[in-house]
Design a binder for this molecule. Structure first.
Ligand SMILES: C[C@@](CO)(OP(=O)(O)O)[C@H](O)COP(=O)(O)OP(=O)(O)OC[C@H]1O[C@@H](n2ccc(N)nc2=O)[C@H](O)[C@@H]1O
Ligand SMILES: Nc1ncnc2c1ncn2[C@@H]1O[C@H](COP(=O)(O)OP(=O)(O)O)[C@@H](O)[C@H]1O
Length: 289
C-alpha cells in the first residue's frame, strides 16, 4: 500500500513590487527592471517517484491540458537534459494543491515549474547545479529563474539577471479581480510605455517606482482598476507583473487582516508576508537524501 502521508513542497507566489520597462530586445522580449518579492504563501506539490519512465499529474488543472502544464513540461525538460543512461526509467506521479489564481501576475505556473525542477533534481539524483536548472527553467518562462534562486531579488534583463536583496518584512493583501490578463497581449500593445530610465537599486523606494503595465491594464480591465482603487483607500498599492492581481503593503499582519475583513463579499484575496528566502529552499536544505 502507498504511504498516504505525503511530503508537500512549497511553490510560493511572488509580487513585482515595481515593474519598469526600459526597452525591447531584437527578439521582441522586453528589457525590464523589477523587484521580485517572494511570499510565504503559495501552491504545494508532492512527488511520488517511481521507475515506470512515465510522468503523471494526479491533480490536473481545469482548462490546462497536461502537455501544456508547466509542471509536466518541467519534469520532461529535466529528464531530457540527462544522458539516456541516467534518464531511463525515471518516473513520477505529481500531486498538486493549487491555491494561487492563474494568470494573476503572481507567478504560480513559473513557481510550480521551479519547484518541480528543484525537487525532482534531488529525488531523481540528477545533481544539476542551480545555474543549470535556472537556464532550463528560463526556456519555460521568464519568471522561472527567480523561483529557482528562491531569493527576493532585484531583476534586470528579461527577469533572469537577479541580484538578491534583503527587504524589511512587510505584509501584503493581494486581490485577484477575477480577470485573466494575458502577459503576451499586454507586451504586444503599441501604447505600452517602453522607455523608463534605468534606476540604481540603491535609489529604490516604493514611492519612486511604478508599474509600466498598470495604466494599460486598468484601461482594459475595469475590475483591475476597481480593485486597485479600493485598496488605495487603505494603503500604498500597485498591480503586480502584467496583472491581474493588485496588492497593498502593510507594516503589520493584523492591519492587512483588518482591511481584508472589509472587502466586498465574494472578492478573492489572500494575506501573505514577504520573505527574503523561499520556504521551498529552507525545506530542501533541511531534507536528507
Ligand atoms: C513581466 C512578468 C513580470 O513578472 O509578468 P507576469 O507574468 O509576472 O505578469 C514576467 O517576467 C513574465 O514572465 P512569464 O509569464 O514567465 O512570461 P513568458 O511566458 O516568458 O512570456 C510571455 C510573453 O510575454 C512577453 N514578454 C515576457 C517577458 C519579457 N521580459 N518580455 C516580453 O515581451 C513575450 O511576448 C512572451 O511571449
Ligand atoms: N502549473 C500551472 N499553474 C498555473 N498556470 C499554468 C500551469 N501550467 C500552465 N499554466 C498556464 O500558464 C498561464 C500563466 O500562469 P501563471 O504563472 O499562474 O500566471 P502569471 O504568469 O500571470 O503569474 C496560466 O494561465 C495557464 O494557462
Amino acid at each position: 500500500m502507498n504511504n498516504p502521508i505525503k511530503n508537500w513542497w512549497p511553490s510560493p507566489a511572488k509580487l513585482n513590487l515595481f515593474l519598469h520597462i526600459n526597452g525591447r530586445y531584437k527578439n521582441g522580449y522586453h528589457q525590464l527592471q523589477s523587484l521580485f518579492q517572494i511570499l510565504d504563501y503559495g501552491d504545494e506539490l508532492a512527488f511520488d517517484v517511481n521507475a515506470s519512465g512515465k510522468i503523471t499529474l494526479a491533480d490536473p488543472i481545469s482548462g490546462v491540458v497536461d502537455e501544456d502544464n508547466l509542471i509536466i513540461k518541467a519534469a520532461l525538460l529535466l529528464k531530457q537534459s540527462l544522458p539516456a543512461t541516467q534518464s531511463n526509467g525515471l518516473g513520477c506521479t505529481i500531486h498538486l494543491r493549487k491555491r494561487l489564481p492563474m494568470g494573476g501576475g503572481i507567478g504560480g505556473g513559473s513557481s510550480n515549474a521551479a519547484t518541480t525542477l528543484l525537487v525532482l533534481n534531488k529525488l531523481w539524483g540528477c545533481h544539476l547545479s542551480a545555474e543549470k536548472l535556472a537556464a532550463l527553467g528560463l526556456t519555460l518562462g521568464a519568471d522561472v529563474p527567480i523561483f529557482i534562486q528562491g531569493k527576493t531579488a532585484f531583476a534586470e534583463g528579461v527577469g533572469e539577471k537577479l541580484q538578491p536583496v534583503s527587504l524589511p518584512t512587510k505584509t501584503y493583501l493581494i486581490l485577484f479581480p477575477d480577470s485573466h490578463v494575458s502577459t503576451a497581449e499586454i507586451f504586444s500593445l503599441a501604447e505600452l510605455p517602453r522607455n523608463t530610465a534605468k534606476i540604481d537599486f540603491s535609489d529604490y523606494s516604493f514611492a519612486n517606482t511604478h508599474n509600466d503595465c498598470q495604466q494599460l491594464v486598468c484601461d482594459r480591465y475595469p475590475n483591475v482598476a476597481k480593485a486597485l482603487h479600493w485598496l488605495l483607500e487603505y494603503a500604498p498599492s500597485r498591480m503586480t507583473g502584467t496583472g491581474a492581481c493588485v496588492f497593498a503593503i502593510f507594516e503589520h499582519h493584523q492591519e492587512a487582516l483588518d482591511v481584508q475583513a472589509l472587502l466586498p463579499k465574494g472578492t478573492t484575496s489572500f494575506v501573505a508576508n514577504g520573505v527574503n528566502t523561499s520556504l521551498l529552499h529552507s525545506q530542501i536544505q533541511a531534507q536528507i537524501y
